[in-house]
Design a binder for this molecule. Structure first.
Ligand code: NDP
Length: 446
């Protein structure tokens, strides 16, 4: 079987050179899917995996915009329309200087499996730009978003492709992009999710990815008769996903001791309580400051230049910043320090070496495509509310989100059980694959 995986990966690397993160994401899936496909020849005959790694469409375009000094800037915009077998393309937009084709293809590929796991009718896509919103004024961000949308508006639509936020794209950016789309198309539709509550957004959408990752962890912990109460929890990042993961952990009685950003991490041995978390939200979402300011305000440890808090002891770890932020060495440290559970708020935050160690040591390890699916699931709920032109209450949306996370956990157990152990990676990969693959077979060679 290893030879078959190697042969497939040689083909992927040869046909998509220099797309390291895409190779990594495909390899992780291929390791579980190739043996499954061998046992289920209908998928082999239809060459489903070979088709799934090929985006249905990739759009790449120039984004010119004028900065506050009156100078012309040029960035690159992308939209990867990966798979529409079970619904319109759906996935966030990322604005970060590291964005390139390979990163967005990895994210779009994972999105296909993740969206299928939610059980909602959502295809997979992803997009973004190498634009860096950090240090830009609101007017500069607006001019950039308007220029990007002037081109992107030709390719998206409420029944075609529905973007949302991701790293560097929050409520402000979604608002500017939605406004420009509406102006160009002259229609008020649910073309974006993560919108403001005043103009078609859903309650709980901002909270959904972080809350969902904690709900998923709760299910994993319950399977070994454990819970968050009294547990020390380490979280990386301090953006949207991290803030609401922290909020839910605090509510469930866990003690959050770390947060980070790209310049360093804080360790608060007394725990981040509700009041301190409100300060973080104001610092990051309104003042757009650095996490080091938390350490000055609350007089706690700050480690400059290290954006990963994995040296600190924690029972439960929620990586919520970015890809490949837990290396094999980090994983070893976490295990040596007694970590029993990892639930990934971020996409692909663990390197293959780290994933291998988690699985070999049989700890509770929830990969991003399952654990952080709450964000896109609630985006699906936002689309439903837009379609029926109604808004559900906070409690209604939260309950639906919670049930979706419970069901994703069940699917992972169904497809990932190996004796007493649940291999959640295998469960998520096969569980996400089957529905998309069957829909592709039904729709013929498209
Ligand atoms: P935000 O932009 O709100 O926050 C990202 C956080 O991670 C910031 O603290 C940022 O620090 C830090 N970070 C980003 N890039 C790096 C890097 N290269 N090295 C170190 N730190 C970094 O993004 P989100 O919270 O929305 O997204 C976080 C993760 O969750 C991503 O992997 C995203 O794909 C994933 N995700 C998000 C969903 C959503 O609904 N938003 C849905 C599903 C997954 P700094 O401010 O210094 O840049």
């Amino acid at each position: 079987m290893d030879a078959k995986v190697k042969e497939f990966m040689d083909y992927v690397v040869a046909t998509n050179p220099a797309e390291r993160e895409f190779h990594q994401a495909v390899h992780e899936v291929a390791e579980n899917l190739i043996p499954f496909i061998e046992e289920n020849p209908k998928y082999k005959a239809a060459r489903i995996l070979e088709r799934m790694i090929e985006p249905e469409r990739v759009v790449m375009f120039r984004v010119p915009w004028i900065d506050d000094r009156g100078e012309l800037q040029v960035n690159r915009g992308y939209r990867i329309e990966m798979n529409s077998a079970i619904g319109p393309y759906k996935g966030g937009m990322r604005f970060h200087p590291t964005v390139n084709l390979g990163i967005l293809k990895f994210l779009a590929f994972e999105q296909v499996f993740k969206n299928s796991l939610t059980s909602l009718p959502l295809g997979g896509g992803k997009g973004g730009s190498d634009f860096d919103p950090k240090g830009k004024t609101d007017n500069e961000v607006m001019r950039f978003c308007q220029s990007l949308m002037t081109e992107l508006s030709r390719h998206i639509g409420p029944d075609t492709d529905v973007p949302a936020g991701d790293i560097g794209v929050g409520g402000r950016e979604v608002g500017y992009m939605f406004g420009q789309y509406k102006r160009i198309i002259n229609e008020f539709t649910g073309v974006f999710t993560g919108k403001g509550i005043e103009y078609g957004g859903s309650l709980i959408r901002p909270e959904a990815t972080g809350y969902g990752a904690v709900y998923f962890a709760e299910e994993m912990l319950a399977s070994i008769n454990e819970g968050f109460k009294g547990k020390v929890v380490s979280i990386s990042g301090s953006g949207n996903v991290s803030q609401f993961a922290a909020e839910k952990v605090i509510e469930l009685g866990g003690k959050v001791v770390t947060l980070s950003d790209s310049t360093g991490y804080i360790y608060d041995k007394d725990g981040i309580d509700e009041e301190k978390l409100e300060y973080v939200k104001e610092l990051k979402n309104v003042k757009r400051g650095r996490i080091s300011e938390y350490a000055t305000k609350y007089n706690c440890k700050y480690v400059d230049g290290v954006s990963r808090p994995w040296d600190e002891q924690a029972d439960i770890v929620l990586p919520c910043a970015t890809e490949n932020e837990i290396t094999g060495e980090d994983a070893k440290k976490l295990l040596d320090n007694g970590c029993i559970c990892i639930s990934e708020g971020a996409n692909m935050p663990s390197t293959p070496e780290a994933v291998d160690l988690f699985i070999k040591n049989k700890i509770l390890y929830g990969p991003g495509k399952a654990a952080n699916a709450g964000g896109v699931a609630t985006s699906g709920l936002e689309m439903s509310q837009n379609s029926i032109k109604m808004s559900w209450t906070r409690e209604e949306v939260d309950e639906k989100l919670h049930n979706i996370m419970i069901n994703i956990h069940k699917t992972c157990v169904e497809f990932g059980k190996e004796g007493d152990f649940t291999n959640y990676v295998k469960g998520a990969n096969i569980g996400g694959f089957v529905k998309v693959a069957d829909a592709m077979i039904a729709q013929g060679h498209v």
